[in-house]
Design a protein around this ligand. Structure first.
Ligand code: C2E
Ligand code: CA
Ligand code: CA
Ligand code: CA
Length: 279
């Protein structure tokens, strides 16, 4: 028994060491990955429920790691968040989005709003406002085309200076969205003080609504809460026709989900949706 206990201890240590080394490797990789353009810009459309037209897209990162295939954000973002380097990736993605929109401007093609995810770590970076502006201004992007998406939990204990900055960005016309609404410890009173234009209801609600009638009630109330506050609401994670029908019935504004499409590379998005509707 003792021998096997020792063995499992050794196995555990090796496992941990391996994990640490893999994480360190990924971290060391970030710089070269950024300069080698290994991060790819994927889009998932945002669909307006009243007419089922695409009105925007969310930018999502994929890491095309040579030799390892495509890595999904959940496997590397927590590592970059832990050591603060996520800001570099977030701003890199913002730049890709701005370059994409700039290209459309040059071609005279219709623009559409794109939501960009920013981690709490990035938002709290001292020079967030300046860096954000430098990128958006360099490409002369209309402010209403860049939506700032921040996870609900990132707003907890929000610092005054960050709140002021968000108010400033809101005044400048950048839409601000609360992501993953309902997934964490929501602070209801925060909703009143944040300059939000959009709430994104976390995908767990639609998933659970299939088997739980009460969760449907929560979704209905979330839509009503948003509308009473004068903000619009996106429901995430629609995978079936029933989901879409339900959301239309209850007057939800927008929807995203696999039912329409999984996130796809931005070039594939252009091919798939060549006749992008005017807003
Ligand atoms: P998120 O911002 O909540 O993005 C939505 C996630 O739900 C995406 O996962 C998307 O692929 C997935 N999804 C969309 N429709 C459906 C559906 O119908 N069913 C299911 N089961 N899932 C659906 P993804 O792309 O793997 O991204 C995971 C998370 O990684 C994102 O969650 C976001 O928090 C983070 N992330 C992605 N890109 C970035 C980035 O550039 N910067 C930062 N800071 N975070 C990012
Ligand atoms: Ca998001
Ligand atoms: Ca979300
Ligand atoms: Ca998320």
């Amino acid at each position: 028994a003792k021998a096997s206990a020792d063995k499992s201890l050794v196995w555990y240590d090796e496992h941990l060491l391996e994990k640490m080394m893999r994480e360190r490797k990924l971290q060391e990789h970030l710089q070269s990955a950024l300069s080698n353009e290994e991060f790819e810009l994927y889009f998932q459309p945002r669909v307006e429920l009243s007419n089922l037209q695409i009105v925007g897209a969310e930018a999502l990162v994929r890491w095309e790691l040579p030799g390892s295939g495509t890595l999904y954000p959940d496997s590397f973002i927590p590592i970059f968040e832990a050591n603060g380097s996520i800001a570099e990736l977030d701003f890199y993605m913002l730049k890709k989005v701005c370059r994409y929109l700039h290209e459309r401007m040059i071609q005279g093609v219709e623009l559409f709003p794109i939501s960009v995810n920013f981690s709490r770590v990035t938002l709290y970076r001292e020079a967030f406002y300046e860096t954000f502006h430098a990128i958006v201004d360099e490409y002369a992007i209309p402010h209403d085309c860049i939506e700032i998406e921040v996870t609900e939990s990132a707003f907890n204990d929000i610092a005054d200076i960050v709140l002021q900055m968000l108010n400033q960005l809101d005044e400048e016309g950048f839409p601000i969205a609360m992501d993953d609404f309902g997934s964490g410890y929501s602070n209801m009173n925060l909703l009143g003080s944040l300059p939000l234009q959009i709430i994104k209801l976390d995908k767990v609600f639609l998933q659970e609504a299939d088997s739980n009638e009460r969760v449907k009630g929560i979704i209905i109330c979330a839509v009503e809460l948003a509308h009473t506050m004068g903000v619009q609401i996106v429901c995430e994670g629609a995978e079936t026709q029933q989901h879409v029908d339900f959301l239309r019935e209850i007057g939800c504004d927008f929807v995203q989900g696999y039912y329409f499409t999984k996130p796809i590379p931005h070039r594939a998005f252009d091919e798939k949706y060549p006749h992008f509707e005017q807003r």
